[in-house]
Ligand binder design. Sequence first.
Ligand code: GDP
Length: 452
Amino acid sequence: MVLAQLGGSISRALQQMSNATIIDEKVLNDCLNEITRALLQADVQFKLVRDMQTNIKKIVNLDDLAAGHNKRKIIQQAIFNELCKMLDPGKPSFTPKKGKTSVIMFVGLQGSGKTTTCTKYAYYHQKKGWKPALVCADTFRAGAFDQLKQNATKAKIPFYGSYTESDPVSIAVEGVERFKRENCDLIIVDTSGRHKQEAALFEEMRQVSEATKPDLVIFVMDSSIGQAAFDQAQAFKQSVAVGAVIVTKMDGHAKGGGALSAVAATKSPVIFIGTGEHMDEFEVFDVKPFVSRLLGMGDWSGFMDKIHEVVPMEQQPELLQKLSEGNFTLRIMYEQFQNILKMGPIGQVFSMLPGFSQELMPKGQEKESQAKIKRYMTMMDSMTNEELDSSNPKLMNESRIMRIARGCGRPVRDVMEMLEEYKRLAKIWSKMKGLKIPKKGEMSALSRNMNA
Ligand code: GDP
C-alpha cells in the first residue's frame, strides 16, 4: 500500500490514544508528537507539520469539550481534516471528456517516469472505454521512441513517432493531427526530459506547447525527491501552464508524503499517483479516501470504484452479495486467497480494505506472504465442507484443530495462527454487512457511512 510506513505510524498513534482511559493534554500531546515525528520522517516540510499541530490544538480544546462529547472522535476528525488540508492540491485546470478530443502534453525531468506514466494514463482511460493515442515527441533521449512503442504495443494503444525526424515540434504536430483525424479522444504527447531543469528543456516545452495547443499539461515528478518537489513544481509551473501533476514511484519511497504535501503547497493539483512499474499500478489521487487509508480507516469509495472497474461484470453481483451478507466463511477466505495469489483484479480490489492485503501481503515481502497464504490454503484443504462453510467460530474445537493439523502435516500452532487470521479478516468483512450497491455519485455517501 502506498506510504505504508507513514500510514502505519499515524494509525498506531491514534490507536494508542484510543487505548488510553482518559484523554487529557498529555495523551493528546503524545499522539500529536508521534504523528509529527512520522510526518517529518516522510520528509514533510517542518512548517507544514508545525502549522498542522497548532491548528489541531486550536480545534481540540480539551477543557472546552463538554462532558459527553466524544473526544476521540473529535481529535481523529481534526487530524483527518488537517491532513486533507495539507495534501489537498485543488482541482486540475481541465478535465478531459470521453468522446471529445483532448490533447494532453506530458512534461518532466528524465527518469521521473514520464514515458511509463503516459502509457499508464492512456491504459487507464482505455479500460474505461476511451480512445487514447500516444505521440512520442521526445527526440532527445535515444531509445525514447522504442520504449513508448513497446509500452503502447503491449497495451494495444495506437502510437506515433519517428526514428529519423529530429524536430520534436513537427513530430508532435503531425501526431496530434493524425490522431485528431482518427477521432481519438485522448491524444497524449510525451515530450523530452533532461537531467535537470535547464533553459533548453523549457524552451522546447514551450515550442511544443505553442504548436499543439494542449488542453492540459501534466507535470510528472518522482516522489523520491521529497520536499524538494516544491522547487521543481514551481520551476515547471513558471515555464509552462502546468494544469495537473502526477507523482510517481509512491511505492518505493519513504519520502512520498513529503513530495505530495510539497506539490500541494504549490497549488498544483495531483490527479494520479504511480505505485509501481506495471501498467496498472496507477491510482486516481483523491485526497479524502487517500487520507482515510493513511489513517487505517480504509478506502471504501476506492473499494467500490475498483469493484466496478476491475471485477468482470458477471462476477460483481455474487461478490457484492457475499459482502452484503457479511458472513465471512473459511471458504470465502480460501477463494479470496486464490484471487490474491493470482493477483488478479480481485486481489487489487481487496488491497483497498484496511488490514486485507496490506497486512497479509506487505510490499517488499511478497515471497514470504505468498508462502504464508499457500500454507494457510494447505491447512484449509484438510477441512470438511461443514467447517469451510460455517461462520461459527465455536465449531472449530480442539479435536477438529488436531485433526486438521494431522491431515496437513503441520503443527497445531500453525492451524491456530491461520484461524486467528480468519477471525481478523472476518471482522473486517463484517463491516460490510448491509452494503448497498451504490450508483455513480453515491460513493462518498457510502464512504461516510462506512467510516462512521
Ligand atoms: P522518463 O525518463 O521520465 O520517461 O522515465 P521512464 O518512464 O523511462 O521511467 C524511469 C524508470 O522509472 C523506469 O524504470 C520505470 O519502470 C520506473 N517507474 C516509472 N513509474 C514508476 C512507479 O510508479 N513506481 C516504480 N517503482 N517505478 C516506476
